[in-house]
Design a protein around this ligand. Sequence first.
Ligand code: NAD
Length: 278
Amino acid sequence: MWLLGKPVADEILGQIRTLVQHTTGGGRRPPRLAVVFVGDNPASAVYIRQKERAARTVGIETDVLRLDATVRMGDLLAAIDRLNGDPTVDAILVQMPLPAGLDADAVLERVGAHKDADGLHPLNLGRLMAGAPGPRPCTPAGVMALLAHYGQETAGRRAVVIGRSRLVGWPAAIMLTQAQATVTIAHSRTRELSRLLSEAEIVVAAAGHPGLVTAEYVRPGAVVVDVGITRTADGLRGDVDPAVAERAAALSPVPGGVGPLTVAMLLRNTWEAYSGAL
Ligand code: NAD
């Protein structure tokens, strides 16, 4: 079975659209997401256009603040402060990666925790750890939505998350644990990934290594979510070898799997930031 992201994302976007229509129909201004784009990374430009397009379909306004790659850290932080203080901006997204020389951690921490569209502010990561409400990191939240939509049980299952980044791997492992899975985190220093995979009933691959997960190591009947996206000469490639589809019970494709859900979760966080401030 293919775990296709678009139908799940469409359902979430439909819910947000209805909520936005309801509030704006009552005379309120629409939600507004500010996107900070530093430099001119072409992949980032594509992602930002996707986010703007999806936001438009649900009635969320977007503003892209473009800053030169040579911007000084102080000026970038001052720009974020202005957005934090702007009552017409509900949520802020700083598009990653930032050009070399800029401190991404300091930037993520500067975004007001109540306007944190990406759910990556340390306070919101703490809320995730505590199981308290708050914006969740978009991609792992998308992984969980994908599993839930396709009725994939997590409770009591053995899961392996490949990757331990703040953006994907770590929060995915926390969310799976909270959903009652027994989770092992594999990373670049892990030995015997193949043995871990052979026991895993759920695999979430987020390493950014095309073809890292091969069919021979995957347990027959496993559920495999491929988060990896790498641009190659042959197009976008995930971390999972396509031959895994013949062995796994379910696999998310790249592209068309987790990607659309990341955007849907960003807009859900934006809606929550807006409606929480109403
Ligand atoms: P990252 O580079 O920050 O982290 C990669 C992680 O993988 C690290 O923790 C590293 O230890 C681990 N790793 C690397 N090689 C490994 C190996 N051989 N075996 C086991 N672990 C290994 O990357 P990230 O930001 O977490 O993103 C991971 C992938 O997910 C990338 O391909 C990225 O493009 C993709 N991604 C997709 C979406 C989406 O919407 N679908 C969103 C974010 C990231």
